[in-house]
Structures are given as structure tokens and as C-alpha cells.
Design a binder for this molecule. Structure first.
Ligand code: ZN
Ligand code: ZN
Length: 517
């Protein structure tokens, strides 16, 4: 299923009606947190919302197993799960159009407190714009910040900040940011700011500088930055996978880690008299999930958890900050499987993953176009430390030459998916698909009001808690599935395709764009 830039409009609304309604989840917008009322205790001054995009619970536990085996200590998120000061729970992740959400609808549920059609940002298919928290809280004097490892204009940061008909309109989202004015913007997406790369030739860097932003483009400049308002863009598109960054001195010199960006963002926001709202996104865990890429996923998960550590340690010192840690949905369905006699081989998975020195897309790129089996075996040996059997190398070569034995499969016919089945013989990790999946995702919260987020919280209800910290009532209108589906049909008919194509991002380097991401 594809929405993405082929449009908001590629989704067959009518075809979804039966399946969506049969789950009984989507007929009505949820009506607020069950039994929740505004806590009597003092509301948090600051809110840090840490979202790991596309993290299935299996990734949380896989990263912990990896960390314990390889580093001899628990991963950070796992280590705080058992801390009695934390509230833990689950989040339901449905959107207005499906039980499987995309990132735009997911972040918009937090942004607007309403379920949204997949692919749209804080807007219904009849183009009714909903007010997002990133704008509402600024009217109360709060500062805001967005930090991500994707393009800064990607669905998750945008869902806190803008209302727009499609997530794919990233050049326009960059312009919307200028109007809304988040104080801190750190991530990728140079092509949406640089006049020479934008189709309309607008100099967004210049416009941001004129609006008082310090513009920085590498790690050293970010560390040296003095301004309160900063736009930091460190890649043409998304930032690299952590496993690629960490194995490339040049990338490591240019691109800051998510933890480094988080620390600097907090430093710039913490002086705000009325507090701040900061979203931290580990966006590449989702991309690695789409790419069924175990090394990519484990290392970006651990990098995200180090950013969470920075947020929690600030909140511990500050005492007036609510930290929420969650995912927007799961992606890929990876599991570390029991393998070998008495499952003893599963233990070796951590060693195998540790031997993988690049992401799966980098591995494939290193093999070159249409590689032969010998070339495949050589690259897998040198980059992943795995000695493939002859039939495994031949199968991988077949997949990369358009002859996948899984071509019949709706979920495993893609080349990354096919390769990951072969590599799963060594990593012991298999994926169910390269798509988003429907599971509930974990929630951990710390600080004032964190107790509001225990148990099973619907995605829309985070908005209610966050707005209540400032006494704001959610006035966004609701829309049910059937009405939205009708408007979606009309939107598809009336959307100016030329206008859309001109303003949409054309991001072919990100495998997640093949599917809804
Ligand atoms: Zn997502
Ligand atoms: Zn995704």
C-alpha cells in the first residue's frame, strides 16, 4: 500500500471501509481519557516528548539483549523500566483510516488530539485544519523545539507543528516552520532549505537567518552555537543510520548524535520562563524497520535511548519536567527467534549483529548493481563478518537480480525483505514485513503528571494531558471515518496533481517511502 508522494491520494478509501470498521475502532473519535481528570498537583513546566519512530517492543528487548551481551549492561530504556519513579504503560496507535497508522497521522494524534487520515498532518480530508500543540503552547509563552534524525520537515516533527494536506509537502512544511517559529530545529533536509535545491528557488536558510535563527550545518558549528534560536541541518535528506555514521569518521565529524542534539536543544530551551515543549525523534529505527535491517535498527535504537538518558537526567536535576518516552507505531515485526539446540544459538545473535559494520542499504550499495553470487559473498564476509553458504549467496544474488524466490509474497517480495530472510540464518532475527504493524507500543513517563499515562493510553489522549498542563481545552472538531472517507474521495478528485507534484518531496533514497512511513 502506498500513499507517500504518489499522493495523499493513492489510498483507496472505499476499499478500506469494510476492514476498518470491522475492528470497531474507527467509527468515532475517542472521547477523552477514561476516568482521567486534571491532577491537583502542580503541572510540569517543561515537557520532553521522546518518540522512537517505528519501534516494535521486540526492538526494545533486542537492543537490551544486545547491550547486555555486548556491553555487559542493560540498555538505557530497559534499565529505567524497573525504576519505581517511572510510570509504564501502553499506547494504542490507530489512525482515522486504519488500525495501522502512518507517522503523519500518528504524530497528528498527539498534535491535535484527533485521529487523522494516514498521510495527512493535523487536517481532515475536507481540509479542515486542526490546531496542533506546537502552536497552541506557544500562545502560552512556551518555547518549542524539534530534534530528529530524519528530515526536520518529516511527518513526526511536523505533526506537532503544522496543519497541511499531505506529509509529502516538505518544502512547504519548511515554510510553515518559519511562520510558526519553533525555537530549535535540528535534523536533516538541506534540500528543503537551500535555494539552489528547491524547485521554487526560495532561500529558506536566508529567511530563517533574517528571522533571528542561527543557521548551522555541521556538528562543530552546532556545538559552538550561541543563539537561543537555531536551525541545524546536517544532511541533504535524512541523517545517516547510526551504524553507518559510527563506522565513518567523515560522517561522525559532520553529523551530531541524537544525544548531542538533545543536550544542546535542552540547553537552548531551559531558560524559558514559561517552560518548553521539546520533541526528540529517533526516526531511523522506522527506516531500518522498513528496510528489515537489524544492524540499522539495533544501533539507532541504542542511539535513541542515549538521547532519552539526556532527557531523563535533565528532568531529574530540574524536577519540573515531564518526560514521555514512546513510539508512534511498530514497523517490520522483527523477532529474535529461538535457534539451535536448546535455543543456545540465539545467544550468538549479539555477536553476529556486532560484526555488522554497516546498514543493509549500505551493504546492498557496496555490492553494486546486479551482483553475482561471488561478489555478494565477498561483501557479506567483509562488511558483516558472515561466511555465507553457496546457496545462500546464490539466493541473495537472485534477489538482487530480480529473481526473488519470495516474489509471490505480499510482504517479503522486496529485495531488503528477501535478503533479511537469508541473513536471519545468522542474526536469528526475522521480520514479518517491511511495513508498519498494528501492535500497541510501550510508554514510559517520568516527572510531574507522569502518573496520568499508565495503563493503556490511546494516542489521542496524550494531547489532552499536555494541553491540560496549561489549562487549554481542545477545541478541534471531530470527524468520523465514514465522513472522512467520503471527503477523501472528493479530495482525490479535486487535488491539483501538478501543484502537488511541484511541491512534494521526491525522496527515493529512503526505503520507507516505498510504503507508508
Ligand atoms: Zn512512524
Ligand atoms: Zn515508517
Amino acid at each position: 500500500m502506498s500513499i507517500s508522494r504518489r499522493s495523499v491520494l493513492g489510498l483507496a478509501a472505499a476499499g478500506l471501509a469494510g476492514s476498518a470498521l470491522s475492528f470497531g475502532l474507527l467509527e468515532k473519535q475517542p472521547k477523552g481519557l477514561r476516568g482521567w481528570s486534571r491532577p491537583k498537583t502542580r503541572a510540569p513546566k517543561n515537557i520532553i516528548f521522546c518518540v522512537v519512530d517505528g519501534m516494535a517492543t521486540q526492538v526494545l528487548s533486542l537492543a537490551d539483549h544486545y547491550s547486555q551481551h555486548h556491553y555487559g549492561k542493560a540498555s538505557y530504556w530497559a534499565s529505567i523500566l524497573d525504576d519505581p519513579r517511572m510510570t509504564t504503560g501502553w499506547q494504542d496507535t490507530a489512525s482515522l483510516s486504519s488500525v495501522v497508522t502512518d507517522s503523519a497521522a500518528a504524530s497528528s494524534t498527539w498534535g491535535s488530539g484527533r485521529r487523522i487520515w494516514n498521510g495527512m498532518l493535523n487536517m481532515y480530508p475536507d481540509k479542515t485544519a486542526l490546531a496542533p500543540i506546537g502552536q497552541l503552547l506557544r500562545t502560552k509563552g512556551m518555547k518549542t523545539g524539534l530534534v530528529t534524525t530524519t528530515t526536520i520537515t518529516h511527518a513526526t516533527p511536523a505533526g506537532f507543528t503544522v496543519s497541511i494536506v499531505s506529509r509529502d509537502l516538505e518544502p512547504l512544511i519548511a515554510e510553515e516552520y518559519l511562520k510558526v517559529g519553533p525555537d530549535v530545529l535540528l535534523g536533516g533536509g538541506d534540500k528543503f532549505f537551500d535555494a539552489s535545491k528547491r524547485k521554487d528557488g526560495k532561500d529558506l536558510y536566508g529567511a530563517f537567518a533574517k528571522a533571528g535563527y542561527e543557521v548551522v550545518k555541521d556538528r562543530a558549528a552546532l556545538k559552538a552555537s550561541k543563539g537561543d534560536k537555531v536551525l541545524g541541518i546536517f544532511d541533504s535528506s535524512h541523517l545517516p543510520f547510526s551504524v553507518d555514521r559510527d563506522n565513518s569518521p567523515a560522517m561522525a565529524e559532520k553529523v551530531p548524535t541524537l544525544a548531542e542534539m538533545t543536550r544542546i536543544a535542552i540547553d537552548k530551551l531551559k531558560g524559558s520562563k514559561e517552560g518548553f515543549l521539546l520533541q526528540i525523534e529517533g526516526g531511523k529505527v522506522d527506516h531500518a524497520g522498513h528496510g528489515t535491517d537489524v544492524a540499522g535498527q539495533v544501533h539507532d535504537q541504542l542511539a535513541f535511548e542515549e538521547a532519552v538518558r539526556v532527557a531523563i537526567e535533565f528532568a531529574e536535576r530540574d524536577g519540573d519536567t515531564l518526560v514521555i518516552i514512546t513510539a508512534d507505531h511498530a514497523t517490520g515485526g522483527p523477532s529474535l527467534n529461538g535457534a539451535g539446540e536448546e535455543y543456545a544459538d540465539s545467544l550468538k545473535a549479539a555477536d553476529t549483529i556486532a560484526g555488522m559494520k554497516c546498514s543493509l542499504p549500505t551493504l546492498i550499495a557496496t555490492m553494486g548493481l546486479k551482483p553475482k553470487a561471488d561478489r555478494v559473498a565477498d561483501v557479506v564476509a567483509s562488511k558483516y563478518g558472515i561466511k555465507l553458504k553457496k546457496e545462500e549467496a546464490e539466493t541473495m544474488a537472485d534477489i538482487l537480480n530480480g529473481k526473488s524466490p519470495f516474489a509471490f509474497s505480499e510482504f517479503l517480495s522486496g529485495s531488503s525483505q528477501g535478503l533479511s530472510v537469508v541473513l536471519g540464518n545468522y542474526s536469528k532475527v526475522l521480520y514479518t514485513s517491511g511495513n508498519h504493524t498494528a501492535e500497541y507500543v510501550p510508554v514510559t513517563a517520568f516527572g510531574p503528571w507522569s502518573e496520568s499515562l499508565g495503563g493503556l493510553t490511546r494516542n489521542v489522549d496524550f494531547n489532552e494531558v499536555i494541553l491540560a498542563t496549561r489549562g487549554i481545552e481542545n477545541k478541534n472538531p471531530t470527524m468520523d471515518y465514514a465522513t472522512a472517507a467520503k471527503h477523501m474521495e472528493k479530495l482525490k478528485e479535486t487535488m491539483d496533481a501538478e501543484w502537488f507534484a511541484f511541491n512534494a518531496s521526491h525522496d527515493d533514497e529512503c526505503s520507507c517511502h516505498v510504503h507508508i512511513n
